[in-house]
Design a protein around this ligand. Structure first.
Ligand code: KIV
Length: 275
């Protein structure tokens, strides 16, 4: 059944855990969608895991639209959420609404996500007023990596922990349907999850969140540049792929691939006339 923001809201009420994964292309979206996740985020993590940048700051709206279109084509049941890249919503309310609209109108997403606390609440409210559902994102928000001085756990001291609780409440009041909590202490995530009535989706925020999200390359051991502590290895797909690629190289080199079953035939009569 197609997931919508109502699925997210009712899961919070019933206590059913929500599942989300990232995807960036058609075939992976199809695979993930078939496995029953509630939501697929076309994350701006695209910049790191697919495009090879050191952070997410170089990702553009056009990159995001291109990949969100592919994911939307491969998704039947999950809610498709497009991640608003750096400078696509910080600059003005107009830019925020316009760019959120592109995710829905051009790319086929059903919602958008944007990073930040109280400071981006006017943008959240404006996008929601334009009838586009918004997912918030607080804690380690990668677009703020230069302000944080690196990819670091957030909310460990009193001032910052309190600020995150306040931000979550303000994001809820601005009209968001869910909030990603990234890389914050589990007990702080538990408090936030209890204090708000929209679902929290954790990544490095412990089991008390109302749902979880992971970058699929992290959980399948397919990305070696960064290995976050919170990313459990659910399957060694990276190793399986390496084995497959090595076997291909070996068989082509040795001349055992392609063999007869991978080849197409032509009638001998035609063949004999060719030379
Ligand atoms: O870009 C992304 O993939 C994200 C998730 C890690 C939440 O924002």
């Amino acid at each position: 059944m197609k997931n919508s923001i109502l699925t997210f809201i009712s899961a919070k009420k019933s206590g059913k855990k929500l599942t989300m994964l990232t995807a960036y292309d058609y075939s992976m979206a199809k695979l993930i969608d078939e496995c029953g996740v509630n939501g697929i985020l076309v994350g701006d993590s695209l910049g790191m895991v697919c495009l090879g940048y050191k952070d997410t700051l170089s990702v553009t709206m056009d990159d995001m639209i291109h990949h969100t279109k592919a994911v939307a084509r491969g998704t039947t049941n999950a809610l498709v959420i497009g991640d608003m890249p750096f400078m696509s919503y910080q600059t003005s309310l107009y830019d925020a609404v316009k760019n959120a609209g592109r995710f829905v109108q051009e790319a086929g997403a059903q919602a958008v996500k944007l990073e930040g606390g109280a400071i981006v609440c006017p943008q959240i409210q404006a996008i929601v007023d334009a009838q586009i559902p918004v997912m918030g994102h607080i804690g380690l928000t990668p677009q703020s990596v230069n302000m944080f001085g690196g990819f670091k756990v957030q909310g460990k001291d009193m001032i910052h922990a309190k600020k995150l609780i306040e931000d979550a409440k303000k994001i809820e009041a601005a009209g968001a349907f869910a909030i990603v909590l990234e890389c914050i202490p589990s007990k702080l995530a538990d408090i936030i999850s209890k204090e708000i009535s929209i679902p929290t989706i954790g990544i490095g925020a412990g089991g008390g969140c109302d749902g979880q999200i992971l970058v699929y390359q992290d959980m399948l051991n397919m990305f070696s540049d960064l290995k976050p502590k919170f990313a459990k290895n659910f399957a060694n797909v990276g190793d399986l792929m390496r084995d497959g690629f090595k076997s291909y190289v070996k068989e082509v080199t040795e001349g055992t691939f392609p063999s007869i079953e991978h080849c197409f035939k032509i009638d001998d009569e035609i063949l004999n006339k060719l030379y």
